[in-house]
Design a binder for this molecule. Structure first.
Ligand code: ZN
Length: 89
């Protein structure tokens, strides 16, 4: 599979409303590993659709050492169009 670069996604989403940009980004690079904790489930922090958990998930608002360490491994595929999962307290 051909590697998708950030600029490919940026070109593709240009000019679309933000909500559409987020959906396109997830369709191109997959859901973000940044996850919103909702009751009983996780959602992608970018498109807000329900998303299965994966080992590298970073949960928004979880300031545990483990979660902060996983945040170090995030890439542009995770952080593009997503909120900062761990804003300064
Ligand atoms: Zn998504």
């Amino acid at each position: 599979m051909e590697q998708i670069e950030q600029q490919d996604v940026e070109r593709r989403i240009e000019g679309h409303p933000e909500v559409v940009q987020k959906t396109i980004a997830c369709s191109m690079v997959g859901h973000s590993r940044i996850k919103l904790p909702l009751p009983g489930r996780l959602a992608c922090a970018r498109c807000e659709f329900e998303s299965a958990s994966s080992p590298g998930d970073v949960i928004v608002g979880d300031y545990s050492v483990e979660n902060m360490q996983r945040a170090e491994a995030l890439t542009w595929q995770d952080t593009m169009l997503t909120p900062n999962p761990l804003p300064a307290l």
